[in-house]
Design a protein around this ligand. Sequence first.
Ligand code: PLP
Length: 394
Amino acid sequence: MISKKIKDVMQSGSAIRAMFEEGKRLASIYGKENVYDFSLGNPSVPAPKAVNEAIVKIAQDTDTLALHGYMLNSGFESVRATIADNLNKRYGTKLNFKNIVMTVGAAGGLNVALKSIINEGDEVIVFAPYFGEYNNYVANVGGKVVVVPPNPPTFQPDLKAMKSLISKRTKAVIVNSPNNPTGVIYGEDTLKELGAILKEQSEKKGEAIYLISDEPYRELVYGNNQVPFLTKYYDNTIIGYSYSKSLSLPGERIGYLVIPDEAEDCDNLLAACGVATRILGFVNAPSLQQLVIGSCIDEKTDVSAYDKNRRLLYDALTEYGFECIEPQGAFYLFVKCPIEESKFVAKAKEYNILVVGGKSFACEGYVRIAYCVSYDMIERSLPYFKKLAEDTLK
Ligand code: PLP
């Protein structure tokens, strides 16, 4: 008999995964080219060629025992040093290898960070709309998610509301910018204020409230937008980074945590993350992929392809009358539903358009459109979005 906890997760399901499955079903009936599946954040830009070349070269050139053996739970020191140097160059930080813990993607990193700091019953504040998996990650460690309500139309975090939700059980706040599902980048002034509030509240509590910055979309930024580096605004920051989107490697499961020296209990926290990596069963991040990252540190994905998609979809949908905020980063468009959310999602499906309802992100009344798809598919979908607008915007 399976456990009650996992049964609950299975029953509540993932609307994103369910839509993805539905896309496959519809494609088998109507043909792939007649289904417009915008459900999943699976990068459509291939990983840079240099990544595959590095995989081959490392497999050929590295001593096999060193390549495939057990290692420190936090990962190869050389790779962590390369990452630290790269961050120092880009953001003027003073990190070294010991401030970096290699992780199994952002999901692995968040679970490791939470496992390292959360006691049973501790509270973790999140800003709606947010990536629904946070609920599971926090529940995994016996914590409780406390949700700051959405703040439309800008979707910048509502700091006044956050402050009012801080309690003596608050242990962490999670932010995600560029944001899934809105595409919004949190502004520097907002982050400075967030840092100031957390500093004041940590002092009041006599213990750090950690700021966990979930950053799989850090490199996916459009125009002149910048993503501030959060350790500059608040000492007790833990950054969770991933190469899933930035190098199109979601299946390879590779990322890292950054914990700066300034963070309270830094050395213990870093050691705890190593232990958490071990006891959660990861043991260490995949060794080959760590070395690949070490040798591809300056590689970048082709953001211009996502930007082209963004322009096409945003311009068309707003022209048809839909309301949405122009994304500054990531690869999602968050569109206001002109009718009740579930009816809108169902209506879209009648045209074989698959999108995910805002309810999955604790923000009912919207849909998320993942535009990390082919340009061609977006072009083909537009006449149906137009019909959808005509049907629902009256
Ligand atoms: N955090 C956010 C906001 C995401 O959108 C995702 C994946 O879509 C993740 C974390 C998990 O990323 P990873 O594949 O690196 O575990």
